[in-house]
Ligand binder design. Structure first.
Ligand code: ATP
Ligand code: MG
Length: 689
């Protein structure tokens, strides 16, 4: 219990009934959650009756680590504790229920979802007229608001509302046909399941006798319903959050959940925390100045730092993105080389994923280790995805997305026409596409070549199934045998432009073998169930976490940085168009917010406010050093276009920052040259003396 202030202590000691901790950034909300869990355990509450939920895998991982640290020596006390994201918790619920029914399922990643929507648009002859991402985001928002297709409001004036009404039910039907769930389903399908099956719900309510939620300001309607159902009988729900950090409105989060918590859970105790333990006072002053300009309803907070200082923050003005990146990397190098900082103490934040490229290149050239938060690259690589598709299909033969992906890969004579013929037969006869392959002999308009191809694919899947289901071969061995069987290595060699490229691609496949083998070493990858769990986890990106551990500079979008803290933070691209984001500024041109990590939205003042909160989130990640950088110009379609400083920079009091001009020079090479020259000079001097 040491290391808590009185308000924190009150929140930790409070045991039963609803509790809301509403407080600004860095005030120890997450710390309250972890300490509270430890306190509950000390009081004899079984770990298996505690569920803590948060939003990102990283946050869940860190929470687990903090608890283990606090429990040192008593680690077994935490056995059975659930700390997870909403999505993986939902996945867990669905997995158990589906297992009880003995059915397999697949999780759609974004690529799968986009492909499906495209296909539906083609079927309803609306192919090119709509932006797929915009429709996806409408569907996603509907699901997050817990609306069924038939519950969508009518809006004849809005073409996107109309098309969504057409696509959404078909999309749901496709998911059902493929025995698949998308990300949003992992929450709302659980709620529907619980609503339909009070017996199932009751089991989970027992599991969640003590429920804790971090970052509550970003919950959506579906998540709220999940929590309300779960908390019903015991009402021991503790939520912590900060309405100033609500940044997922564009994805359906509803800040009213936190603002109205006391109405939803009557008798709730409310605790406010006012001391910030993270950032130096100057950084906090900057954050407070920007957030106090919020115009919408907010809980006024008086946040003060325990770390007085009169250092100023830096606003760096660069001539170009290259110069901005080079400067950022130079600074990081300086901290590491001269100031005893480590790569993991530094973070580079930006508004959109697209901004990462320049800085990534620069770090790579300089040989500085980095990791990209939420970067899924490894498992997105083609050859890895192909192999995973085989495994997914083997376990769930209704998974048409995976099937289509590998049906003719490597080439086995099933051309596009054949695929379409098979699909038509399947549709007419009410089969899945896989069933059409199994019954290809009964179909007369399929070419001999395609027929042979189908047989060979069927054989491959059957053999793989046997290895997994009957022989219980470990997953890495299954994957290797599969590669053998389909001749993946040969195909990679034949289709790569250079031997080097082929080696790289094959290296990715071996990377997957290694990941599987590591998993096996940790225990359990011999059974279909383990492999299927692993594949699900990969899709949710928590299988890849181990790849990205270690001492590395963190690169992250602002959204991905929520809840994290770093000694040194560089926030790039503080310019109109990036922050606030372009799509927020534009008139409702396409109304096409993407559902990717970089947000978006329409041009309402509310969206600018959300961008302001996002800026606040970024600023409050920094402990000691904050650098806000911007470019004077950026190349757009090859031409340099002048850029306007972000309006949020204007809200920073002049006495809190120094502005510097960044020179246009590469990250290190000049310095390296200089060092060499100096060494030479020193040597010459030595000779002369
Ligand atoms: P955010 O809003 O960004 O999620 P938060 O409110 O969850 O922030 P924490 O991450 O829990 O804040 O705490 C911020 C930092 O302050 C952490 O490094 C934490 O260990 C430290 N801290 C919190 N409370 C105390 C305390 N009473 N004494 C010393 N350090 C503290
Ligand atoms: Mg936190």
């Amino acid at each position: 219990m040491s290391g808590l202030n009185p308000a924190q202590k009150a929140a930790v000691e409070h045991q039963n009934g609803p509790l809301l901790v509403l407080a600004g950034a860095g005030s120890g909300k997450t710390r309250v959650i972890t300490q509270r869990i430890v306190r509950l355990l000390e009081r004899g509450i079984p770990a298996s009756a505690i569920v803590a939920l948060t939003f990102t895998n990283k946050a869940a991982g860190e929470m687990g680590e903090r608890i283990h640290k606090l429990l040192e020596g008593r680690k077994s006390a935490a056995k059975g504790l659930t700390i997870s994201t909403f999505h993986s918790f939902g996945l867990n619920v669905l997995t158990r229920e589906k297992r009880a029914q003995n059915t397999a399922f697949t999780i759609f990643d974004q690529g799968d979802a986009v492909g499906t929507v495209k296909e539906i648009l083609r079927q309803v002859d609306a192919g090119k007229r709509f932006d797929v991402a915009a429709i996806m985001s409408r569907i996603s928002n509907a699901k997050n608001a817990f609306l069924l297709p038939e519950e969508l409001p009518d809006d004849g004036m809005d073409p996107y509302a109309e098309i969504t009404k057409i696509v959404y039910p078909r999309y749901q039907a496709a998911l059902r046909n493929f025995s698949a769930f998308d990300f949003d389903d992992l929450v709302c399908e659980v709620v529907r399941l619980w609503q339909a099956r009070p017996d199932v719900l009751a089991r989970w309510q027992e599991k969640a006798r003590y429920l804790l939620v971090d970052e509550y300001q970003d919950t959506n309607r579906a998540q709220f319903m999940m929590l309300r159902l779960l908390a019903e009988p015991y009402r021991n729900i503790c939520v912590v959050g900060d309405d100033d950090q609500a940044i997922y409105g564009w994805r359906g989060a509803d800040v009213r959940n936190i603002l109205e918590f006391e109405d939803q859970f009557s008798g709730a105790q409310v605790v406010k925390l006012e001391e910030n333990y993270r950032s130096k006072q100057t950084i906090l002053d900057v954050a407070n100045a920007v957030i106090s300009k919020r115009v919408d309803v907010r809980h006024k907070k008086h946040l003060f730092s325990s770390r007085l200082s009169d250092d100023k923050i830096t606003i760096a003005v660069a001539p170009s993105p290259d110069a901005e990146a080079a400067y950022t990397v130079r600074e990081i190098q300086r901290w590491i080389r001269d100031e005893g900082k480590q790569p993991k103490d530094c973070a580079v934040l930006y508004r959109s994923n697209g901004q990462a490229k320049v800085i990534e290149e620069c770090l790579r050239t300089e040989g500085i280790a980095y990791r990209i938060v939420g970067g899924q690259q490894f498992f997105e690589r083609k050859e890895v995805k192909d192999l995973l598709s085989y495994l997914k299909l083997t376990l769930n033969r209704s998974d048409e997305i995976s099937l289509r992906r590998i049906m003719n890969y490597p080439a086995r004579g099933i051309g596009d026409t054949s695929v379409e013929r098979l699909a038509l037969h399947a549709k007419a006869k009410g089969w899945t596409l896989w069933e059409a392959i199994e019954r290809v002999d009964a179909l007369d308009d399929v070419s001999e070549q395609a027929r042979q191809g189908c047989k060979s694919l069927e054989k491959i899947v059957a053999e793989t199934r046997k290895m997994i289901l009957v022989e219980q071969t470990p997953a890495s061995a299954v994957a290797r045998a599969l590669c053998e069987r389909i001749g993946l290595k040969r195909d990679i060699e034949a289709s790569s432009p250079t031997p080097n490229a082929a080696a790289k691609r094959w290296g990715n496949v071996e990377g997957l073998f290694n990941t599987l083998a590591r998993r096996e070493a940790k225990g359990g990858m011999e059974q279909a169930r383990d492999i299927s769990n692993f594949l699900h986890a990969l899709t949710l990106d928590f299988g890849s976490d181990e790849e990205t551990q270690g001492n590395a500079v963190t690169l992250s979008t602002l959204h991905g940085s929520k809840g994290l803290e770093f000694d040194i933070v560089h926030l790039l691209g503080c310019e109109e168009g990036f922050l606030p984001h372009q799509r927020t500024l534009e008139e409702r041109a396409t109304d096409a917010p993407t559902f990717a990590e970089d947000g978006g939205g329409s041009s309402k003042a509310a969206d600018i406010e959300e961008e302001r909160r996002l800026f606040y989130v970024g600023v409050t990640r920094a402990r000691d050093v904050l650098v806000l950088s911007r470019c004077k110009a950026r190349a757009m379609r090859g031409k340099p276009v002048p850029r306007t400083p972000s309006r949020f920079l204007m809200d920073i009091p002049p006495e809190r920052f120094v502005e510097i001009e960044v020179r246009d020079e590469p990250a290190m090479s000049t310095n390296a040259g200089l060092e060499k020259a100096n060494a030479l000079l020193a040597m010459l001097e030595g000779l002369g003396g």
